[in-house]
Design a protein around this ligand. Structure first.
Ligand code: UDP
Length: 471
């Protein structure tokens, strides 16, 4: 029932390429203390999916270094029925402030039963003193049973809302009972901590990226083009050998699968500026708003294409709304006049091979003239950090963690009101018409990420937290 995700071995010494000697020393010290504290005990990471979304992305990026540091870390993915994931998706949405029906008694029963079954299986592998980090609401219900068998349990909340609405309060009320059992909590931002948890042991760790993964590694411009030609996203002749990248485990990789694209004509021409949003098919990412805002924009007077890309709609097990949302986007696109439809490409990216998927996202983000993240709510936008690291000008909503990621006009452009489609269109036009501004924002963006959002900082914080857990 539980799945264990293989973790490759990575040497954290390679961070020296992007970090000062002082930060490297801090990392080495923190890791040595954590190793001494664990003394051969296992560090378990528990999440609800191995692909798709920010949590999977983070774990793929970080855990190899933890293993490389001599810590026995394992990554377990829980199991649940479609009903369970439909309910946890509602919980997720409610924590983002989305209105919806309150959890019912039947929802609570389903949540507790599923959590119990998963905890029972995991408990058979856990020994007293092992540390367990549970990620997000899907896994919070395992906390009491795992604590009971002697695990030191941490809950990592990747989401949140800046305001305490009724829906947010109800979702927290649902989650607070199992959270009583945890020894420490990790949040992305202070504003996301509900008052009931404020007195507990809380650590703040913003999500980070790994510059060496297939998602973020440097790739030559010719390689970017070849990957996009190969996947059917860019016009041109595909060179057979060019679509190469380095896999997460250090072995050579090649992009072989094509994307599933809905469009009117052919792929985008290489010289046509591309506006790109890469996201799960989720209403909170507002793909419909991006589509409507883009086509309403006078940018269309100059040729410019929009690529809305996301995972193949059936690939993300804990996100059952994907297919529905994608269909809404397709329906809206079909209703557009011909000249607008021609400029928009709706892309389902192949997910069979996570490294290949990441290499395609990397190429798309690097090729983009502008990267957009027009979310209505966002705990923290990993796609924003990814694009900033690639020195892309980003237009994103001033919501949630994105407000910590971008300083408006300095290292990107923020949309004060994400529902203001006219302002969105103006921001796109501003960047397309002013290449020096776009370049300035892009290079400032890369430096902002270097100082704050690279994985090294998360590794230090996780290591420090492990030391603080009760023995
Ligand atoms: N992502 C991906 N393939 C896709 C769509 C998204 O690899 O087809 C990745 C994206 O690059 C980012 C993560 O999924 O690393 C999404 O994280 P984010 O914080 O932006 O949003 P979340 O999905 O966690 O709400």
């Amino acid at each position: 029932m539980l799945q264990e995700v293989p973790i490759p071995l990575r040497s954290f010494e390679r961070w020296a390429e992007h970090a000062t000697p002082e930060r490297m020393k801090a990392l080495q010290g923190a890791v040595a203390s954590a190793r001494a504290r664990l003394q051969g005990r296992v560090l378990w990471m528990v999440s609800s999916t191995r692909v798709g979304g920010g949590v999977a992305e983070l774990l793929h990026a970080l855990l190899g270094y933890v293993r490389g540091a001599g810590i026995d870390v394992r990554w377990i993915v829980i199991d649940g029925t479609p009903d369970f994931f439909r309910f946890t998706k509602r919980l997720h949405n409610a924590l983002h402030g989305v209105e919806g029906p309150p959890p019912s008694d039947a929802d609570r029963r389903l949540y507790e039963e599923t959590s119990f079954r998963n905890a029972l299986e995991l408990a058979s592998m856990i020994r007293p003193g092992d540390a367990v980090v549970l990620h997000d609401p899907q896994t919070a219900g395992l906390a009491p049973d795992l604590a009971r068998v002697g695990a030191r349990v941490v809950w990592r909340c990747h989401i949140g809302h800046d305001r305490m609405t009724d829906d947010v309060r109800r979702a927290w009320r649902f989650l607070l009972p199992p959270l009583e059992a945890v020894h420490a909590l990790i949040f992305t931002r202070r504003a996301y901590v509900p008052p009931e948890l404020a007195g507990r042991s809380v650590v703040f760790v913003p999500p980070s990226i790994d510059p060496f993964t297939p998602k973020n590694q440097e790739i030559a411009e010719s390689c970017v083009r070849t990957i996009l030609v190969h996947t059917g996203l860019l016009a041109g002749a595909a060179e057979p050998a060019g679509a190469c990248f380095v896999r997460g485990d250090g072995t050579p990789g090649r992009v072989d699968r094509a994307a599933d694209v809905i469009r009117l004509g052919g792929p985008t021409l290489p010289e046509t500026p591309m506006v790109v949003q890469v996201s799960r098919w989720d209403r909170l990412k507002d793909p419909l708003g991006v589509l409507r805002g883009f086509v309403s924009s006078p940018t269309l007077l100059a040729p410019c294409d929009l690529v809305l890309a996301g995972p193949t709609v059936h690939a993300v097990a804990d996100d059952p709304e994907g297919a529905e949302v994608f269909n809404e986007v397709v329906d809206t696109w079909r209703a557009l006049p011909h000249h607008q439809r021609r400029r928009v490409h709706l892309v389902n990216l192949p997910m069979a091979d996570a490294d290949e998927n990441a290499a395609i996202v990397n190429a798309l983000q690097r090729h983009a003239a502008i990267v957009v993240q027009k979310s209505l709510h966002e705990g923290f936008g990993l796609t924003v950090t990814e694009a900033m690291w690639k020195a892309r000008p980003v237009v994103a909503s001033a919501v949630g963690g994105i407000q910590d990621q971008i300083t408006d006009g300095v290292d990107g452009l923020l949309l004060a009101d994400p529902t203001d489609l006219a302002a969105f269109a103006v921001a796109l036009r501003r960047l397309l018409e002013d290449p020096p501004l776009a370049a300035r924002l892009g290079s400032a963006a890369r430096e902002s990420v270097r100082g704050r959002f690279l994985g090294l900082e998360s590794l230090v914080k996780y290591a420090e937290l492990l030391v603080l857990l009760p023995t």
